[in-house]
Ligand binder design. Sequence first.
Ligand code: OSB
Ligand code: MG
Length: 370
Amino acid sequence: MRIDRVEVRRVTLPLRFPFETSFGRATTKQFLLLSVSADGVTGHAECVADTDPFYLPETNATALHVLRDFLVPMAFALEIGHPCEVLPALSRVRGHEMAKAALEMAVWELWARREGIPLWRLLGGRGGEIEAGVSVGLQRDASALLEKIETEVLAGYRRVKIKIKPGRDVALVEAVRARFPRLPLMVDANSAYTLQDAEHLALLDRFSLMMVEQPLGWDDIVDHAALQKRLATPLCLDESIRSGDDARRALEIGACRVVNVKAGRVGGFAGALAVHEACRARGAPVWCGGMLESGIGRLANVHLQTLPGFTLPGDTAASGRYFEEDLVDPPVVVSAEGRVAVPEGPGIGHAIVWPRVERASDLSEAWRRP
Ligand code: OSB
Ligand code: MG
């Protein structure tokens, strides 16, 4: 297969409420939507880069630049025998995993559509349902946090993750534990601490947390390995894992015991499959993270986490938690039991509502194979 055309749109959706982490506060979600066409079939994928480089170095602007000037021209030159060939073919470009992933994942989606199969089948997963967890941002105070968690638990979510940062950590977790003694609970610091905080972070061991996600440097594994030795609670890495090799190295040195996989952070589905394999081979559980995606990226996450190594609920909330109106029809919904149905239709399996996409887009660019 040769790619004929690639189109990118920049889409902005208002968030239903601000989402605050240790690195910032988001009130809107802006992302690039990639559409890749070959032989009259088009596949779509959402880029997980943001407007700012506060989570990882890429931004929507860098992703657009690297796609336009490097990745798309390289992709036009490929004769693709299977979507898993795309990521290795882009390896001359160093880094820029999010830009690569958007292009790569659109090729997988296109491939599934042209075969008439759901993405999960192409990825080697299974149909049925997945278990949904929810990521709760930093709140005004402990009582606001408890109220928010109450709402999410009543909505059915099977696992709650709360964001922490220095000054807003141990006491908050203590309050949540007192109110929800048996709730599967974890925390995510998005790199807000240093190894100096090891003793303080060890105070979290009292609360039977499932894991502590990315407490230290966004590109670190060595300090995380030192911290893991001083913590009984498993560490989970998010930002630091940008390839299957990163996952292998992190597990080998004991930097974590669990891995958060976001295909968009590891170069796409091939990267996610490699991380999944590295973890499976070492008996480490993986789970699927989220980036406040619209339904397009959210459904890609649903399909990915049907693979057997995904033994823990992911950050895959319902469309309606973040967006008044999502870009897919039907929207992604979470059942009262905290489950999401895995689509059976071709590709991501839900229809994209193009008039909504067009209304939310303020920029588009398209390229044809020369
Ligand atoms: O660290 O997992 C993270 C959102 C934006 C950037 C980073 C993260 C997150 C989340 C939200 O935790 C997960 C979701 O999409 O619900
Ligand atoms: Mg995280």
